[in-house]
Design a protein around this ligand. Structure first.
Ligand SMILES: [Fe+2]
Ligand SMILES: [Fe+2]
Length: 310
């Protein structure tokens, strides 16, 4: 698997949706589980700019190759979220994408700032910290594309399949960048390998956790991967990540599935109740109207400001 940053810079572009049969979105049904996953995936795609803010405070961003990648990557991810939202809207689920994004971010609260600060401090104290989030980048991209492939399989929805297959092509390129960068950092660097493995074994969480609750993460994992094919996909994923220097035999996504199963064994309602109750809506944060969160004024207020000369 090769990756050329020069080629990526030249070829990076907004997701090409030419020819997608948007008119046919309502012609095939989506199950509650499909809809749950689509909302989760859309929210996480739309969360990329905030995730990017974590990467930009680390000292790995002194590297111009990394920042060039991140500039293009962030733009491509934007269109993944936009198009997943478009599909849901066309399917008949009404929401305002901007309100939803603002609500998801507001619900993160203080925890986002703490995480941002600890990433910054960690990266400046520990040089090999870069290896950790390059590896995490590889796992995130690979689990995202594995999740999309699983959703294509579960839903059997032709328009969704067409859209997700196009997104998967982008995710493959992202995965190639992170994997190769992590490999470069880890090769022949035993200290970095030890730090990477230690951190992943203790602090790694599946993509989206933190923005989503443990139960939501489990609901996604159990819906997409709790069958023979799904489990096999996750074992293959772990095997691929295990090819990075120092990570042989590492268990990440497969472990996440097994722990989700265990939580459901202890509480049979666990996870599925979210899907059954259609809990994909994001509740607005308490005492925080959107205008206050974004410092945007409503058009009426803005107009009054102009009239008053303020
Ligand atoms: Fe994406
Ligand atoms: Fe990606």
């Amino acid at each position: 698997m090769s990756f050329s940053i020069e080629r990526y810079k030249e070829e990076s572009k907004k997701l090409d949706t030419t020819g997608i049969d948007w008119q046919a979105v309502t012609a095939s049904p989506l199950s509650k589980g499909d809809l749950f996953c689509l909302h989760y995936m859309m929210d996480i795609e739309n969360h990329v700019p905030l995730y990017l803010s974590h990467l930009l405070v680390t000292r790995a961003c002194m590297d111009p190759i990394l920042t060039a990648f991140l500039a293009c990557w962030n733009y491509e991810e934007l269109w993944h979220g936009e198009n997943l939202g478009k599909l849901l809207n066309l399917y008949g689920i009404e929401f305002d994408a901007q309100d939803r994004i603002a609500n998801v971010r507001a619900n993160l609260g203080f925890q986002n700032s703490v995480s941002l600060l600890s990433t910054m401090v960690g990266s400046w104290l520990l040089k090999d910290f870069s290896a950790v989030y390059l590896t995490i980048g590889a796992i995130n991209e690979l689990s995202t594309l594995t999740g999309y492939a699983a959703l294509i399989r579960k839903s059997g929805h032709p328009v969704l399949k067409d859209l997700l297959n196009r997104i998967i092509k982008d995710e493959r390129r992202h995965y190639a960048f992170y994997f190769n960068s992590a490999k470069e950092w880890l090769a022949g660097n035993e200290k970095a390998q030890r730090v990477d493995r230690w951190m992943l074994d203790r602090f790694w969480v599946p993509v989206g956790q933190g923005v989503k609750t443990q139960e939501q993460v489990d609901a996604l994992a159990l819906y997409l991967f709790d069958d023979e094919q799904g489990e096999e996909d996750l074992l293959t994923l772990d095997e691929k990540i295990g090819k990075l220097p120092g990570l042989a035999g590492i268990e990440l996504m497969s472990k996440a599935l097994y722990t989700a199963r265990e939580r459901r064994r202890q509480n049979p309602d666990w996870a599925w109740r979210l899907i059954d109750n259609e809990e994909w809506a994001v509740a607005p944060p308490k005492k925080s109207p959107i205008g206050e969160l974004t410092t945007r004024r409503t058009p009426v207020e803005a107009e009054m400001g102009v009239l008053e000369g303020t």
